[in-house]
Design a protein around this ligand. Structure first.
Ligand SMILES: *Cc1c(COP(=O)(O)O)cnc(C)c1O
Length: 797
């Protein structure tokens, strides 16, 4: 018996054992859910040994660890990911077929763990997988939200939100850790005892750990994702209850229940909600207490902390880590304040994810001071100390200004490295976000361009292309993505280009069937699949896309018999529930889709599909089938993007602006393989100085003028002229994101795409070169750079 069948036999026995012993199900009565659980437990069993081995080695060799603090982890499904990294996918297919089950159906039965909004949370998930792959000892710390990001439905073309309940059924990947729990305080007051400050919280909850192992490529290393769940410190206040104060008696339980109940569904605007501040402190304090407990178990001198501990703050959401670490060191471990600040700085790194002013966290000093009175004191002391150290600091720079605590400044001052997430973005962080602090601390701001894990985003989600790559250049590209360059000689051959397009077509056929099932719309796999999937936001400019789609439709109708390239426009994405403008854009896309899809004149030449509830699993379906990647944000607004990287790896050329990591994609792939259009960041700044910019742009563009007129006249809203009155008015008069000014350039670039796509062989080369030159965008490269430039951690492998 060879290796494969031997391991398959064991696996099959384990699946059956879990079905009976763990789930208590008899085979004839087992549902798809039961089989999925049984298989998941059997796979989890195979993760535990490498997980323990990694932990033991880290302890034995007294290795430095990374602690990645993030309010979001957009994990998605784990079953197939784990089987791919363990090299067991084929075995699973075989074993489940033996048991009369379809492995694919089990994979699709798993709910997405959507503990994040978008790019920032997905980055954290890719980083966890890459840290395990490259052998970087690490913990991810976050919140185990009972409800992740809401589920999206369309009702009459409009977004409706429904609660997500990924935990309703058992989550097979986690281990509950009742023994790992910490007390988290809020409110109360500060007392002075023997000249020392003592915080007496007015409320407390318990943070209890749930651990999910994260296995790297080929199972060589595994790390832990530790998510905190809030539990009441005292189950019930019996004394108060007996006094008749029934509501107050239930307070501790109510606080605990709300703390880890929901993820805030806003990714680019921040609201000063006390509950959010409490969530941020809850996660951060639990993480830091856990870190210090682990350190002090084996080390006596807290001054050695930075030699063993690197803490990364994913955006400012965990920026309270600075003052909390200082508080723990000073108040609980009796260190001197300045020494504590220095230790904290050496441990902490801060990743900035946005320049959008509405996304920068600032807390009213009142909210901050009542919720965290001791931290308010420490923040003010840090601010005064920093001013003292840097007398040239301008008066308008600081952490506490205008009765607000600015979390960006706090994170910057408490970190030894601050990084942006693409070359362009990091330059803008220096130039326009923190120019004064950058001048005081030259070299602190560095760049770390984002990446995505090629295991999930190529090997797992695109088997036809992954298979072709392995047949062409052999194995080993999965954890050495630069090796994709070796495809280039093959790309010069007609045979490879044909195979490449055949792989793409296989994905498109599957996606056409998926679209039929999801949306009831028939699309041709021979059409150009043009995909824009991401959160709906004005700066991402889905509006530009849908307006150009209407212009394209108008041209088709003028000459329906012409030699046109058929297109399928695919949209996906959620809007924050309170973001009215984004919701209008969603409504417009759906309205335009119903009119155009029903037009017998254009028929298969143009279809618009917008499947509801975009998430990681939907991205895994759509990215491999894309011919064209839409990355059309207003220059200077998208920090990096990671969706753009997923498409490039999967052989979809980009139509895009010089924004975020598009700049680096263009550099890697070459201008001849990228459809560049639009203003640069500086041109955009300049353009906004003309108060009449949008009117001028609209009047200069007959195509755009017509489209706006059609929308205003109710062409897509059954004659209702008021439905999009506000939207059209904004394009004319408040076009901050420069939709009108970039319209013609975008329209021309789209026509260039049509011409290129019509030449199939030329297109094949462009698309394949996108894959071949995408190696830089592996998150393994990003993680290795963090290890070297920020964390000072060697690989354990
Ligand atoms: C990759 C990804 C994102 C980020 O996409 P961008 O285009 O970079 O904004 C958001 N949501 C999901 C589900 C993703 O997989």
């Amino acid at each position: 018996m060879n290796q494969i069948t031997l391991s398959s036999k064991d696996l099959q026995a384990d699946v059956l054992r879990h079905l009976t012993s763990t789930l208590g199900k008899d085979q004839p009565n087992a549902s798809v859910f039961d089989w999925r659980m049984a298989l998941s437990f059997a796979i989890r069993d195979r993760i535990v040994a490498p997980w323990f081995a990694s932990t033991r080695r880290t302890y034995a060799e007294d290795r430095k660890r990374v602690y990645y603090l993030s309010m979001e982890f957009l994990i998605g499904r784990l079953l197939e990911d784990a089987t791919v990294n363990l090299g067991l996918r084929e075995a699973c297919v075989e074993v489940m077929a033996n048991l009369g089950q379809d492995f694919r159906a089990l994979v699709e039965d798993e709910p997405d763990a959507a503990l994040g909004n978008g790019g920032l949370g997905r980055l954290a998930a890719c980083f966890m997988e890459s840290m395990a792959t490259v052998g970087c000892p690490a913990y991810g710390y976050g919140i185990r939200y009972e409800h992740g990001l809401f589920r999206q439905r369309f009702v009459g073309g409009q977004q409706a939100e429904m609660p997500e309940d990924w935990l309703t059924h058992r989550y097979p990947w986690e281990f509950e850790r009742p023994e790992s729990a910490y007390t988290i305080g809020f409110k109360g007051h500060v007392e002075t005892h023997d000249g020392r400050e003592v915080w007496v919280p007015g409320e407390t909850v318990q943070a209890q750990a749930y651990d999910t192992p994260v296995i790297g490529w080929q199972g060589k290393w595994a790390n832990t994702l530790r998510l905190w769940s809030a539990k009441p410190t005292s189950l019930f206040d019996l004394e108060r209850f007996n006094r008749g104060d029934y509501a107050a008696a239930a307070e501790p339980e109510a606080l605990a229940r709300t703390l880890s109940r929901v993820l805030y569904p806003d990714d680019t605007t921040y609201q000063g909600k006390e509950l959010r501040l409490k969530q941020e402190f809850f996660m951060t304090s639990a993480a830091l207490q856990d870190i210090l407990r682990r350190f002090t178990a084996n080390h006596a001198d807290l001054r050695a902390l930075p030699k063993h501990v690197a803490i990364q703050m994913n955006d400012t959401h965990p920026a309270i880590a600075g003052p909390e670490l200082v508080r723990l060191l000073v108040d609980e471990h009796r260190l001197d304040f300045t020494e504590a600040v220095h230790i904290a700085q050496k441990c902490l790194g801060y990743t900035n994810h946005t320049l959008l002013p509405e996304a920068l966290e600032r807390w009213a000093t009142f909210t901050f001071g009542t919720t965290l009175p001791r931290h308010m004191q420490i923040v003010e002391r840090i601010d005064a100390w920093h001013k003292d150290e840097h007398h040239s600091r301008p008066h308008y720079v600081g952490i506490v200004k205008h009765h607000e605590v600015r979390m960006g400044e706090l994170a910057f001052i408490m970190a030894h490295k601050v990084n942006g997430v693409s070359a362009l973005h990091s330059d803008l962080v220096k130039q326009s976000l923190f120019p004064e602090l950058n001048a005081l601390h030259p070299g602190r701001i560095i760049n770390q361009t984002n990446g995505v894990t090629p295991r999930r985003w190529l090997k797992m989600c695109n088997q036809p292309l992954a298979g072709l790559i392995t047949r062409t250049i052999g194995e080993g590209w999965e954890d050495n993505l630069d090796r994709l360059r070796e495809l280039e000689p093959a790309i010069e051959t007609k045979a490879f280009r044909k195979d490449f397009m055949a792989a793409k077509r296989e994905n498109k056929v599957a996606t056409a069937a998926w679209i039929k099932a999801q949306c009831g719309i028939t699309v041709s796999p021979d059409a150009l699949f043009d995909v824009q999937i991401k959160r709906i936001h004005e700066y991402k400019r889905q509006l530009l896309n849908i307006l150009q789609t209407v212009a394209h439709w108008n041209r088709l109708k003028e000459n329906p018999g012409g030699n046109h390239v058929p297109r399928v426009k695919i949209f996906g994405g959620k809007s924050a529930p309170g973001y009215a403008v984004a919701k209008e854009i969603i409504h417009l896309i759906n309205d335009v889709a119903s009119v155009i899809n029903a037009d017998p004149v254009t028929g298969d030449l143009l279809k618009i599909v917008y499947p509801a509830n975009y998430n990681v699993s939907m991205a895994e379906h759509l990215v491999p089938a894309a011919d064209l990647s839409e990355q059309i944000s207003t220059a200077g607004k998208e920090a990096s993007g990671t969706g753009n990287m997923k498409f490039m790896i999967n052989g979809a050329p980009t139509i895009g602006t010089l924004d975020g990591a598009n700049v680096e994609i263009l550099k890697e792939v070459g201008a001849e393989n990228f459809f560049l259009f639009g203003m640069t960041t500086e041109e955009a700044w300049k353009r906004r100085e003309d108060p009449d910019h949008s009117r001028k742009a609209i009047e200069a563009s007959p195509a755009l003028s017509l489209v706006l007129q059609q929308i205003a006249e109710g062409r897509f809203s059954a004659g209702q002229t008021d439905r999009y009155h506000g939207l059209v008015h904004r394009v004319w008069h408040h076009d901050y994101f420069l939709v009108a000014s970039d319209f013609d350039a975008y329209d021309r670039a789209q026509q260039e795409v049509d011409r290129a796509f019509a030449d199939t062989d030329r297109w094949a080369k462009m698309a394949a070169l996108n894959t071949a030159r995408s190696g830089f965008f592996s998150s393994d490269r990003t993680i290795r750079a963090y290890m070297k430039d920020i964390w000072d951690i060697p690989s354990a492998l």
